[in-house]
Write a new protein. Structure first.
Lengths: 137, 352
């Protein structure tokens, strides 16, 4: 890639930052070049975010109807999935899945709530409720 | 050779070292280049990357991250730090902690001694990252070079290599980022040099590093690594595209995932191929061997082909052009062919 071909697409995912890329100057030597982003890269990032935001919205809606516990929403809200939350808390996936049942979740001990709270960086008070409005992207 | 700390520029009372932040493409090579340069051994990021023979390719479908197979364009985390130790005679001290508070206290202690401290952290819990960049990746490296109070709260001065400027991070946030659990959990890992050599014998270490990297790319014992791994990924794309359960929803996301691993994760462009080409370019200048310059240009060509792959894959994922896995496979195979040509070209460097 030539220095002048380094994309400068001002992508939203960089939030105004520039990243460093390496490109070839006119003498054929490499040099670091700051880039405000490449649309191809940022589209891929946004795809990943959209996928997780869809799960998050679905979890909020089901939670709002009382079909799942707030835990599922908070998991996606922290950009986690079931396997990551299992790794972070040290719990089996089937146990977490069981805690998605609102009745089971309501009966969780304080220490179990603290374990989730620690993994998700949330106070127990916030962990046990949903935000009033659905999350917007 | 003398102990680098004899000339280290900070006294224990000076909390803000005269440290020069430098932006890099990749966190680990950037941290090491900045650290070595700070202690008097001027090193660029591509040189740190190349000497540690960190270029690679791995496509491991059995290991899944957020439901996607592991795809990497470089060797695993800590490879660069460890590789540099072996290659140039650097000695690093690593420490992990069971107790988070103990890990923070140790950091404070080292900063008070005027040391520059490297940390392994989780990107997600670092608030200075842009919201859309915050994913759960536990092996992000950064340097801490100072500590100060800000209206009663402790903050750390951080040189995060992928950022343009030095940043600040509150104590609780940094603690959370250091002790995040999950895959590649850092367990609060910190590191600092115990001994930094005064110079690098380029004529000796460059051929060694290139030979070691050739072995990774061309002689890996398992087919998921190196050039065979690249071709394996191309073959797998055909398989996914032929699977009626996967071709509509999964395939576009899968292509996006590959592009992210190649471009988003601080690779300097084209999945570290441009950084490696920059290393070969610099190596040519150190050793006066035209062959290295020729290989650098060839590696640039491979990098350009990878960028082309990302561009086409992105268009297909977005339905701008019709999905054609055979074409993607063909571009990927071209990348592998060009990279093979680079290594063939480099052979005389280590063959006497």
């Amino acid at each position: 890639m030539k220095k002048q071909d380094v994309p400068q697409d001002q992508v939203s995912t960089y939030a105004g930052q520039n990243k460093l890329l390496y490109a070839v100057d006119d003498q054929g030597n490499y040099t670091g070049v700051r880039s405000s982003g490449w649309e191809v890269e940022s589209a891929a990032t946004l795809d990943a975010i959209t996928a997780i935001n869809q799960d998050r919205l679905a979890a909020w809606e089901r939670g709002n109807r009382g079909e799942t516990s707030p835990l599922e929403f908070h998991m996606y809200n922290r950009r986690m999935d079931l396997s990551l939350l299992a790794q972070t808390t040290g719990l089996f996936k089937w146990r977490i899945r069981r805690h998605f049942q609102p009745t089971v979740f309501a009966g969780l001990s304080d220490s179990m709530l603290a374990r989730y709270g620690d993994a998700l960086g949330l106070a127990p008070h916030d962990l046990t409720r949903l935000p009033e409005k659905p999350p917007s992207d | 050779m003398t102990d680098a700390f004899a000339t280290a520029p900070a006294s224990p009372t000076d909390r803000s070292l005269p440290f020069q932040h430098m932006q890099s493409a990749h966190c680990e090579s950037g941290v090491m280049a900045a650290m070595l340069s700070h202690y008097g051994l001027t090193t660029t990021e591509p040189m740190a990357f190349g000497l540690a023979n960190a270029l690679s390719f791995a496509y491991v479908p059995l290991v899944k991250l957020s439901g996607m197979p592991l795809i990497a364009y470089r060797m695993p985390p800590r490879w660069i730090i460890k590789g540099l130790q072996k290659r140039i005679g650097l000695r690093m001290k690593f420490q992990t902690f069971r107790d988070a508070e103990a890990g923070m206290e140790r950091l404070d202690e080292l900063l008070a001694q005027g040391k520059l401290v490297g940390l392994q952290t989780s990107v997600y819990w670092l608030p200075y990252f842009p919201e859309e960049m915050r994913f759960h990746f536990n092996a992000h490296n950064l340097l801490v070079f100072g500590r100060h109070e800000n209206s009663g709260d402790t903050e750390y001065s951080i040189s995060d290599p992928v950022f343009e400027q030095a940043v600040c991070c509150a104590r609780d946030d940094l603690k959370k980022a250091r002790f995040a659990k999950g895959a590649l959990a850092a367990k609060g890992m910190l590191y600092y040099p115990e001994f930094v050599p005064e110079e690098i014998d380029y004529a000796r270490v460059i051929p060694e590093a290139i030979k070691a990297n050739y072995r990774i790319m061309a002689k890996a014992p398992i087919p998921v690594i190196g050039l065979r791994g690249i071709r394996y990924l191309g073959k797998n794309l055909l398989k996914v595209a032929a699977d009626p359960r996967k071709k509509d929803k999964y395939l576009p996301l899968y292509l996006s995932h590959i592009v992210r691993m190649q471009e988003e994760i601080g690779t300097g462009g084209a999945g570290f191929r441009f950084i490696y080409a920059a290393f070969l370019n610099e190596a040519a200048q150190h050793t006066q061997r035209d062959l290295l310059q020729e290989a650098s240009a060839k590696m640039t060509e491979a990098g350009d082909q990878w960028r082309q792959f990302a561009l086409v894959a992105s268009k297909m994922a977005r339905n701008r052009i019709p999905m054609d896995a055979a074409e993607l496979r063909q571009i990927i195979n071209t990348c592998a062919d060009t990279e093979l040509a680079v290594w063939e070209l480099l052979r005389p460097i280590w063959k006497k």
